[in-house]
Design a protein around this ligand. Sequence first.
Ligand code: ATP
Ligand code: ATP
Ligand code: MG
Ligand code: MG
Ligand code: MG
Ligand code: MG
Ligand code: MG
Length: 287
Amino acid sequence: MANSKYEYVKLFEQPDQLLPNTWVVVRIDGRGFTKFANKYNFEKPNDKRALDLMNAAARQVLIELPDITIAYGVSDEYSFVLHKTCTLFERRASKLVSTVVSTFTAYYIFLWSTYFPETPLTAPLPSFDSRAVCYPSLQNLRDYMSWRQVDCHINNLYNTTFWALIQLGGMSSTEAGEKLSVSLRSNGNGFSKDKNELLYSQFSINYNNEPEIYKKGSVVSRDYELVEPGTHNTASEGESMAELAAQPQSKTQAENDGKRRTKARVVIEHLDIIRDDFWDRRPWLLS
Ligand code: ATP
Ligand code: ATP
Ligand code: MG
Ligand code: MG
Ligand code: MG
Ligand code: MG
Ligand code: MG
């Protein structure tokens, strides 16, 4: 571009590179989705079509952005994890955050009619906010993922009980809220046990038999071969772990990884990501 007297304005742009060598989580969240869910008559407590749509949009984000290693979604939110070695957009926060959220939103709207064929979208159209957070250690990243999944569990147990009291128990939402706030006041552990018991004794609902997608949320990742627990070998053919560890990742290795990522199928699962087993069997996610 030609120099001009206006070019100095570029200097006002502030650097916003994310800390190197940290796990980056970009979390998007539906804007005003309580209202949005009412407008489109989402089933309560869980509208399966809406969750499937969220998952389909997230899957496209992983396909278009191979730097994302795993994503976790619940309700109107999704967390996308970028590997700590990721250098996409020189790790500029605004670039990463805006690219992820606009790709997600574009697919959410594009795929809407597949999941809600009878209800066309009308303005105001759905939108999402987005932020990026750096996690310096694997433990921090694992704790972040666990935090979101525990949140999913607590909210879903609450919502399942709340809506059973209304839909099956004939209570008003105020009455249901009051009933639950009583069990909320009882001590920590009794809290979730109370709801399990209430569901079972009053409505014959065994919470354990509720669909996994509601209880655990959704995990989006690339479908490489699972590693048997205990073996832990991610080296590609002909390369030992020691050889891999001894040398910094070469250009060709990085290119091969990129190709492998682009070729792998992106799958959606509803699994426990708090326990070690999930991560032990997928060492490529964190290595
Ligand atoms: P904000 O703009 O601050 O995020 P919000 O109304 O989106 O406000 P959230 O805390 O993000 O608030 O909550 C998401 C809302 O969307 C909840 O009310 C939740 O019940 C509703 N919701 C999202 N997904 C579904 C779904 N699949 N089925 C039913 N309700 C849903
Ligand atoms: P980046 O992802 O880094 O933004 P880019 O290819 O989008 O890469 P830009 O600097 O944003 O690069 O430039 C936008 C490009 O799109 C230019 O090549 C410009 O000529 C082209 N372009 C944008 N709008 C139009 C248009 N209306 N008609 C023709 N070409 C366009
Ligand atoms: Mg929010
Ligand atoms: Mg929201
Ligand atoms: Mg939310
Ligand atoms: Mg451009
Ligand atoms: Mg441009």
